[in-house]
Design a protein around this ligand. Structure first.
Ligand code: FDA
Length: 305
């Protein structure tokens, strides 16, 4: 049943009609639990509060799978706005973004033009930018873009997903770039031809890539709400004397909030991923797919309307 619900929400996450309706009608159906606001001005206060609790942030102006050059350029402008707002408000925050929002499905040149504008602004304002990882179809293209940009900029990192068979090799291949990588389990619906179908295998591979990337001496962001993965990371860094400034934990805004604070109290670096914007639908559906129990929040949201 849980698997059925998961597939259902992942299927819904790519529905273009619902995506358009969601943009038009604003944050609904409990989405505000996971999405901090609609504009960067809305979220400045949320970032300030998290910073005051000792947590760093990465903000994501929500957007994905866009299909016009204008939308891609507007999405890049939003990221630059966010970078300026972070700098002018003295916030401890990075920026995360998706290649399909920068025009990946339109042209390579468009993505590179947008990314260079963003990374240049990031460089000027000392803001780091992480390229989120999307579905398998776009994985190789995203890695190629990362490699090209990494040769020109220090302030760019990307994400690798433990559910993909290829990821251990990607960790090895990317080592020459000394990459700052966020490691995650993976949030999209993928074929068993390319991704482990069983949770246990994903978890085992997650542990393998955490260890490998840490022991390669590269900055590692372990992005998970899974206690077993957090404990495993703590064990590895202790065993190999890896200093606290070489890794961090990351969690999503609104999920396991108390645990986020505890990790700060325990002396670890904690970064919260704070999404905002009106293109919240796909992001929200993937969060529901991860934990169908969250559907209760949808129902409450609908009943309040
Ligand atoms: P798992 O799904 O096993 O969950 C462990 C426990 O955490 C659950 O039992 C539950 O208690 C809690 N939990 C997990 N998800 C929850 C939810 N939605 N609501 C409430 N509780 C929940 N993916 C991707 O493909 N590309 C990317 O770029 C990113 N980026 C990213 C950034 C950050 C900061 C995070 C934390 C995650 C991502 N992800 C991602 C998503 C990631 O791939 C994965 O889908 C989710 O983190 C859920 O997996 P967990 O590791 O939390 O474990």
């Amino acid at each position: 049943m849980e698997q059925l619900l998961r597939n259902f929400f992942l299927f819904l996450s790519k529905n273009k009609f619902f995506t358009k309706m969601a943009k038009r009608y604003g944050l609904r159906f409990g989405a505000a639990r996971f999405v901090a606001g609609e504009t960067i001005a809305d979220v400045v206060e949320s970032i300030r509060k998290l910073n005051a609790k000792g947590m760093a942030v990465t903000v994501d102006h929500l957007g994905e799978f866009i299909d016009s050059q204008e939308e891609a350029r507007a999405a890049a402008d939003e990221c630059i706005e966010a970078i300026k707002a972070i700098s002018s408000n003295g916030l401890d925050s990075q920026v995360s973004l998706k290649m399909t929002s920068m025009g990946l499905d339109i042209s390579h040149e468009l993505v590179m033009e947008n990314m260079r504008r963003i990374l240049q602004a990031g460089k000027e304002h000392d803001v780091f930018v992480t390229i989120d990882m999307e579905d398998f179809e776009r994985c190789q293209k995203t890695i190629d873009i990362f490699k090209e940009l990494r040769k020109e900029y220090d302030n760019v990192g990307t994400v690798l997903q433990a559910y993909l068979y290829r990821t251990v090799e990607d960790i090895e291949d990317l080592d020459q770039y000394n990459p700052n990588l966020r490691l995650v389990k993976g949030a999209y619906k993928e074929s068993p031809k390319v991704a482990f179908p069983e949770k246990k295998d994903v978890d085992d591979n997650f542990k393998k890539i955490i260890k490998k990337h840490l022991l390669n001496g590269n900055y590692t962001a372990v992005a998970t709400h899974d206690e077993a993965m957090i404990e495993y990371t703590k064990e590895i860094v202790k065993k190999h004397n890896i200093p606290n400034d070489l890794f961090e934990f990351q969690m999503l805004y609104g999920i396991r909030v108390e645990r986020q604070e505890e990790l700060v109290d325990e002396g670890y670096k904690m970064r919260v991923y704070v999404p905002y914007g009106n293109d919240w639908y796909g992001f929200y559906m993937r969060r529901l797919a991860e934990r169908p129990a969250n559907v209760a929040f949808v129902l409450k949201g609908i009943m309040k309307k």
